[in-house]
Ligand binder design. Structure first.
Ligand SMILES: CC(C)(COP(=O)(O)OP(=O)(O)OC[C@H]1O[C@@H](n2cnc3c(N)ncnc32)[C@H](O)[C@@H]1OP(=O)(O)O)[C@@H](O)C(=O)NCCC(=O)NCCS
Length: 181
């Protein structure tokens, strides 16, 4: 009989989320200027600190729910997670991004779990968080699956990314869904 292979269970990562401050601009530059990070995102990589500072001041600080992802232990800002308003008050759109040096350790999954655990209590009227992920971005799809989201459909030719209209997977998490351990 074949012996069962030992599996290495990944230890849960304890990230924290907090509001951004203007002084986070340099930490943010680590991912915002990285073309590999921006590849599946609707924004272009930032080429100057000044442009990113303006985005922080004009968009991030007044945003209803835009949080810095802080690494376990050091508290260093390593990414961002947001839930943006949509045309319907009951629905918000999730976005997340992580500096490349921190990929592959469960940080994004932990940040998304913390988001859905907190956001329904913090945004009045919110009942559904949805995420739109490029079909060619399996790491991001996996993050959502691990965080308890439901994969609903593939929306064909749905979003233009860097000038190319892409097929997109839509995921959702509603306020009665359980957050996985
Ligand atoms: C997508 C992103 C947030 C993932 O962050 P992360 O902290 O590395 O994610 P996690 O470690 O929590 O989980 C990644 C999962 O994807 C898996 N994965 C990574 N690359 C993969 C690939 N090419 N194919 C299949 N699965 C892959 C990992 O193995 C892991 O799953 P596992 O725990 O079952 O092994 C990060 O890569 C990123 O910032 N990318 C650029 C921005 C982006 O795409 N944002 C999302 C827009 S919708």
């Amino acid at each position: 009989m074949e012996e069962a292979k030992p599996t290495m269970a990944k230890a849960p990562v304890e990230v924290t989320l907090r509001r951004f401050e203007l002084s986070d601009v340099d930490a943010m530059m680590a991912w915002a200027s990285d073309p590999q990070v921006a590849a599946f995102c609707r924004w272009e990589p930032y080429e100057s600190r000044e442009a990113l500072l303006a985005f922080l001041r004009d968009t991030v600080l007044p945003h209803p729910w835009f949080r810095a992802v802080c690494a376990p232990g050091s508290g260093e800002v390593v990414g961002a997670v947001s839930v943006a308003p949509t045309a319907e008050r009951c629905r918000g759109e999730l976005g997340y991004v992580l500096a490349r040096a921190h990929w592959g350790r469960g940080v994004a999954t932990a940040a998304v779990k913390r988001t859905v655990a907190a956001v329904f209590g913090e945004v009045p009227g919110l009942e559904r968080v949805e995420a739109l992920v490029d079909v060619a971005n399996p790491a991001s799809q996996r993050v959502l699956e691990k965080a308890g989201f439901t994969r609903e459909a593939v929306l064909r030719k749905y979003i233009a990314v860097k000038g190319v209209v892409r097929d997109t997977v839509i995921f959702s998490f509603i306020n009665t869904d359980p957050v996985p351990e």
